[in-house]
Write a protein that binds this ligand. Structure first.
Ligand code: NAD
Length: 289
């Protein structure tokens, strides 16, 4: 396939390299970076011209909408716009509709798996769009990831992503505050892990990404809380969940509390640049007041 890849940052560059390694012809475009081993075009429209598929991996919905307005008129009829960025549901739906109006097919497919997953080609894609568009994107998902779930119409990939990450933010906070309470009660962290990881308090945050150093599987906690998944990216996703909750009048008190806590952590404390599991040392430093 002739593929255009727009947005070659931490995630986009390794995803593009996987496609090149699978013998696809690929041209990239990025406003700020020129990654090694990727042929670059002079503009997004130039990159998109003649491509069978254009993949975007961009920071937010406003940028995605601006790039979509530039590339859709340049794309050939019937080509696929596959957006893998994490953006608000409304932007995903607007871009999906704009693509359809321009005679293109479109899939919103945000990812889970982070930079490690992008480098290893083991991402999970949560996809929104028509059956036909999803089928067209499937061979690309197979190269860049290990699993793709079709979640329904345009925007539903983003909906699945923010619901998943709202659960993740809430369970990580819960796991960290429980470890901190356990410490104060004189409970050994290994014993706490052994019980909770096999009891009803288990979760991915405890079992697969334990926030306590030296306990459970290897995780960012064992590496000084170097991300991993940065606290500011968790804050971004929690904010998207609250935008969606407001737009749909969904009551999400725990999501709201998690958003407020990650906001303080990133903006007013020392959370910026740390893994999102560094909530545990944050709790350790504080009392109730
Ligand atoms: P990043 O900031 O490293 O990369 C984004 C790239 O887009 C940058 O290189 C930037 O120069 C480029 N860009 C910005 N505006 C542009 C424009 N108008 N035209 C072309 N390029 C433009 O971010 P990232 O970590 O690669 O994340 C990309 C997306 O993936 C985000 O939506 C993020 O939320 C999501 N995501 C990231 C992770 C992660 O662990 N990093 C995990 C899951 C999802």
């Amino acid at each position: 396939m002739k593929i255009s890849f727009i947005g070659l940052g931490n995630m986009g560059a390794p995803m593009a390299r996987k496609l090149i390694a699978a013998s696809h012809e690929l041209v990239g475009f990025d406003t700020a970076t020129t990654p090694d081993g990727i042929a670059m075009a002079g503009s997004a429209a130039e990159a998109a011209t003649g491509a069978d598929a254009v993949i975007t991996m961009l920071p937010n919905g406003a940028i995605l909408q601006a790039v979509a307005a530039e590339i859709h008129p340049a794309m050939k009829a019937g080509a696929l716009h596959l957006d893998c960025s994490t953006v608000d549901v409304d932007s995903a739906r607007i871009v999906g509709e704009a693509a359809e109006n321009a005679g293109l097919s479109a899939v919103d497919a945000p990812v889970s798996g982070g930079i490690g997953g992008a480098e290893a080609g083991t991402l999970t894609f949560m996809a929104g769009g028509s059956e036909e568009a999803f089928a067209t994107a499937q061979p690309l998902f197979e190269i860049m990831g290990q699993k793709a779930v079709h979640c329904g119409a345009a925007g539903n990939g983003q909906a699945a992503k923010i619901c998943n990450n709202m659960i993740l933010g809430i369970t990580m906070i819960g796991t960290c505050e429980a470890f901190n309470l356990a410490d104060k009660l004189g409970l050994d962290r290994q014993a706490m892990f052994d019980v909770v990881s096999t009891s009803s308090g288990y979760s991915w945050s405890m079992n697969a990404y334990c926030p306590a150093p030296g306990v459970g599987p290897q995780s960012p906690a064992d590496n000084g809380y170097t991300p991993g998944f940065a606290a500011e990216l968790m804050l971004k996703d929690l904010r998207l969940s609250q935008m969606a909750a407001e737009a749909t009048d969904a009551d999400t008190p725990m999501g709201q509390a998690a958003t407020a806590l990650y906001q303080s952590f990133v903006e007013d404390e020392d959370g910026l640049g740390k893994d999102f599991s560094a909530m545990l040392p944050r709790f350790e430093k504080r009392g109730r007041g």
